[in-house]
Design a protein around this ligand. Sequence first.
Ligand code: ZN
Length: 157
Amino acid sequence: MGTDKKYIIDTSAILSGKINISQPDYIYADSVIEEIKTGSLEKILDSANIDIRNPDRKYVNMASEAAMKTGDYSVLSKTDIDVLALGIEYNGIIITDDYAIQNVAMYCGVEYAGSGIDPIKKNIVWKYRCSGCHRIYDKYMEICPICGHTVKRYSRK
Ligand SMILES: [Zn+2]
């Protein structure tokens, strides 16, 4: 993804496991991160240095109005609206597998792509690194057998 555009990543794209969540040009709505944290997937965010932002109210209103016009508003959550608002605010590209979000994005003239066609995924090689002794493992394990600290996933290109 060699542009200067920001990519706004929605919950479905994170959950797809197909994107490298710590890409520097990816940004996340605060509410998306809260949604992930209340689920069981908090640990996938643990090791990532990610850019979390709250959309400006003005853009939240724009996204809401657009969703009402397309008829998608009733199926969109507050989080979905935040993702759309960030897409408008940063003139970014929304990464989502949610068709309702894609539909509203299109209406707003915001670019979007599904996580499944994210070209980044081809380059990801997941490795696992101990948070204590920093040993690297090819396979996931919860606890480092050497030092007993937790092992976290990271990507090496
Ligand atoms: Zn260790």
